[in-house]
Design a protein around this ligand. Structure first.
Ligand SMILES: [Zn+2]
Length: 109
């Protein structure tokens, strides 16, 4: 069972208390975006077997959105952090690098 700590209220919540919100850190484009950029924002998603950054909502708790870094194949959780964060915090990225040597970072910006 997937258990995530909500960074907003500090509760350890299992998956029955949470709602998935898809991939985290999607790059949003403004009104001048090309059709390809807008299509990518709407439809193109990572689907890795391994480290992934996701949005979750503590729906049966405080109701707030947050981000989680986890391994999709082992369910190992590297950490959770507020949804207002534009990229994974350094301590979580360091934890992933220590546990998954050779894992490469995607550009977040
Ligand atoms: Zn919460």
């Amino acid at each position: 069972m997937l258990i995530l700590e909500c960074p907003c209220c500090g509760v350890l919540a299992d998956e029955t208390e949470l709602a998935p919100g898809g991939e985290a850190h999607l790059k949003r484009f403004g009104p001048g975006a090309s059709d390809d950029e807008f299509e990518g924002y709407l439809f193109m998603r990572e689907n890795p077997r391994g480290v992934h950054f996701e949005r979750w909502r503590h729906v049966n708790g405080c109701g707030k959105w947050f981000h989680a870094a986890r391994d999709t194949s082992t369910l190992e959780v590297f950490g959770t952090y507020p949804a207002q964060t534009t990229e994974p915090p350094r301590d979580i990225r360091d934890r992933i690098s220590a546990r998954r040597p050779g894992w490469t970072w995607r550009e977040f910006a």
